[in-house]
Design a protein around this ligand. Structure first.
Ligand SMILES: NC(=O)c1ccc[n+]([C@@H]2O[C@H](COP(=O)([O-])OP(=O)(O)OC[C@H]3O[C@@H](n4cnc5c(N)ncnc54)[C@H](O)[C@@H]3O)[C@@H](O)[C@H]2O)c1
Ligand SMILES: [Zn+2]
Length: 677
């Protein structure tokens, strides 16, 4: 037969790739691509070999299981081959499987042993006279690795069987796996120690089991369930596997409590759906369910194909991970002004749906995962959880791509974007104006402790905005009874009441007004302190960050927010419009005279750790003597008070020639101040 060169070439290419990934996965427990990706390569090769059977060689990965054992372990020859399982992905696949099986069985109705498909690795256990004599991995199906010492450390595996009646020698098979909690803890520990983490519980289980030092295995949280048998004296076998498993249980071999016998493939599908719905709640990861024809005589008739039995099939859950490409990273502005980068993706089918975008949460996350436009990324969608980008695959970048940066301006309103110190979230500083933040800004403005606009509830704000009656809070004061009366559940009377309430709200206080502006981190108390200290709105607007920090309770981050807020032209427009609408307040009372205080007019900076008092206490003492405390050093600073481990502020002081006081000098200054008073 004449095979096209292209098919031959592609088959060779696919085999090369599959061999590589098989080794990474089975031999080194460190896959580099998601399973779905691997399965796609495998499916393509199967299809190619189906169309061109002459390409199917005995050593093709489609005909083989796993990978050859690691040389570090002694080899074990399996008496009965340890095979893989065929896969079903759809209901139709399952129905086909049943039809195929029924043919040689003359259409007999079939009982199935159904159970979760654990995501771990297969082990063979040989018991001799009731004692665990040897344990081995599957390896390539014919030859596995001797891991007896390691398996002996797993508590769920009995070293000696209980009960009675076991054959003098037999082989039990099952899955060693790592429960979710143990997996998380193990990876968490590895992250803390800067060690490499495992991609999934299956690799973690395999990696833990295939250790040269059994003490390491012993420290890993491994569990075990039995799901089959290998070498077993034929005369002693019962009629069905379920009966055999019941015996195993009495001998102390653990069997998954989720395994049952059901009749017919329709019941298998019910089981599949039930388990899929409960998947997240199980203690361990599963990637599907397995259906096995229960009667051993029927299995005998069906036999095997190259790499799997004909009497069993794994019905896989839709893959939760897939790779795709990031076509763009867009920035969304949330209702509180938070900027969220969102990855636009080439559509990819994952977790049972087509995913076209995924939130990247914040800029730190983008950096940590090093996601850039054009990257190939792993996308995950588990259950109903929103899709996420797990990681990027930078090794697949063809060209050097620039790092992703947030825009310096809000993409919605053009105001400055700011990130508070120590916070991951960047925000638009145009809170009063930004259309993305309208709803929240207006609700806050109208709230009882702010402008206290009676009758302007959340639902009404929604309506007013949806009908585009206003754009900013200042427009509230232009609302007319006629416009309002037309709204849902708004009679003329309520409209008149609202307009009257708006009118009444114009008589307010400076603290309320400041609080109503919704500046980040400026709560009621801070608003009151600011108002008492500066007394005039214009003074607050004009203050630089250093001056703002001299106000008790105002730290660098609040000062920064206030300063930035009043530097946004749009915010200022709205403030001006509010004042023009007639908002006014009684003047703030004067502060008690500070003229006689000894440190009046002097600004200090405190840095490092003081022994006899906290920084807050130091600040309070300085303020009590009329001094101001700032967060940064300038040439106007009277002195820097430096405790232990001072930061860059000390260097700055030296650079500017500002006096530096150690703790003793500071206490002397306070003493002097107190005496002078
Ligand atoms: N990402 C990669 O690079 C990569 C590479 C190779 C293989 N893989 C993945 O590995 C899988 C193929 O591996 P496989 O050949 O071991 O097949 P498999 O894991 O799909 O199925 C066979 C195995 O299922 C396990 N199993 C769990 N519960 C069972 C139960 N109740 N009854 C019977 N068996 C049960 C057994 O260990 C058995 O060996 C695929 O999912 C493939 O995507 C991934
Ligand atoms: Zn904005």
């Amino acid at each position: 037969m004449n095979t096209p060169e292209s098919a031959r070439h592609r088959a060779a290419e696919l085999r090369g790739q599959i061999e590589f990934h098989n080794e990474r996965y089975h031999k080194f427990d460190a896959p580099v691509i998601p399973d779905a990706e691997f399965d796609a390569l495998m499916r393509e090769l199967v299809a190619l070999e189906h169309d061109h059977p002459e390409l199917r060689t005995a050593d093709s990965p489609t005909q083989r299981v796993g990978a050859a054992p690691l040389k570090a372990f002694a080899e074990v020859r399996h008496e009965v081959a340890m095979l893989s399982l065929d896969n079903a992905f759809t209901d139709e696949d399952v129905a086909d499987f049943e039809r195929r099986a029924q043919k040689p069985l003359h259409g007999a109705a079939l009982d199935y042993l159904v159970e979760p498909k654990l995501d771990g690795l297969a082990v063979s256990l040989i018991y001799e006279d009731g004692v665990l004599a040897r344990a081995a991995t599957r390896g390539d199906g014919q030859t596995g690795e001797d891991i007896t010492h390691n398996v002996r450390t797993i508590r769920a595996v009995p070293l000696r069987l209980a009960g009675a009646g076991w054959p003098a020698r037999f082989e039990a098979r099952g899955e060693v796996f790592m429960p979710k909690a143990g997996f998380e803890a193990l990876n968490e520990r590895a992250r803390r120690l800067g060690e490499k983490t495992f991609a999934n519980p299956r690799n973690a289980a395999a990696g833990s089991l295939r250790q040269l030092d059994p003490k390491i295995t012993a420290a890993r949280p491994l569990a075990f369930f039995c799901y089959g048998y290998g070498a077993y004296p034929t005369a002693e076998l019962p009629a069905t596997q379920s009966e055999l498993m019941a015996r195993f249980k009495t001998w102390g071999l653990p069997v998954n409590p989720e395994s049952h016998v059901v009749q017919g493939s329709a019941a298998c599908l019910d089981y599949y759906r039930d388990l899929r719905a409960r998947r997240a709640g199980l203690d361990y990861d599963i990637d599907g369910v397995v259906y096995k024809i229960d009667r051993l005589d029927q299995r005998e008739i069906l036999g095997f194909v190259a790499r799997a039995p004909r009497w069993a099939i794994a019905h896989k859950f839709p893959a939760e991970e897939a790779t795709t490409r990031v076509t763009a990273i867009e920035v969304q502005v949330g209702r509180t002004g938070a900027l969220t980068p969102v990855a636009r993706l080439e559509p990819v089918f994952v977790g049972g749906v087509t995913v076209t975008n995924a939130t990247l949460h914040n800029i730190d996350e983008v950096r940590r995962k090093d996601i850039r436009v054009g990257d190939t990324v792993v996308v995950r969608r588990a259950g109903d959880v929103i899709p996420e980008v797990v990681k990027s695959l930078p090794e697949l970048r063809d060209t050097e791509v620039p790092l992703f940066e947030l825009p310096p301006q809000c993409p919605v309103c053009g105001s400055e974007v700011e990130t508070a110190e120590g916070e991951a979230i960047a925000r638009c500083s145009g809170g009063l104006y930004c259309p993305a933040q309208h709803k929240e800004a207006i609700k806050h403005f109208a709230s009882r402790r702010a402008m206290d606009i009676d009758g302007l509830g959340d639902k009404l704000v929604d309506q007013i905005l949806d009908k585009a009656l206003i754009k900013t809070v200042a427009d509230l004061y232009r609302l007319q009874v006629d416009e309002l009366a037309g709204l849902e559940r708004m009679g003329r009377k309520s409209a008149e009441n609202l307009v009257a309430a708006l009118e009444a709200s114009k008589h307010t206080s400076l603290p309320r007004f400041l609080y109503a502006l919704g500046i980040r981190e400026v709560g009621e108390v801070t608003a009151q302190t600011l108002a008492a200290y500066f007394r005039e709105l214009s003074a607050i607007q004009a203050a630089d960050e250093e001056t703002l920090q001299t106000v008790p309770d105002v730290g660098p981050s609040v000062a920064h927010h206030i300063h930035t807020f009043f530097r946004q032209p749009h915010n200022l427009e709205v403030v001006a419009a509010l004042l023009a609408a007639g908002i006014q307040w009684e003047p703030m009372p004067e502060l008690p005279p500070a003229a006689e205080l000894p440190l009046k007019g002097q600004t200090f900076v405190v840095t490092g750790t003081l022994e006899s008092l906290s920084r807050e206490e130091a600040k309070a003492k300085l303020q009590a003597l009329g001094g101001k405390v700032a967060g940064s050093v300038s040439k106007n600073t009277r002195a820097v008070i430096a405790g232990a481990d001072p930061g860059s502020k000390l260097a700055k002081a030296r650079e500017l020639g500002v006096e530096v006081l150690d703790e003793a000098g500071f206490l002397a200054l306070l003493d002097g101040g107190v005496q002078a008073q």
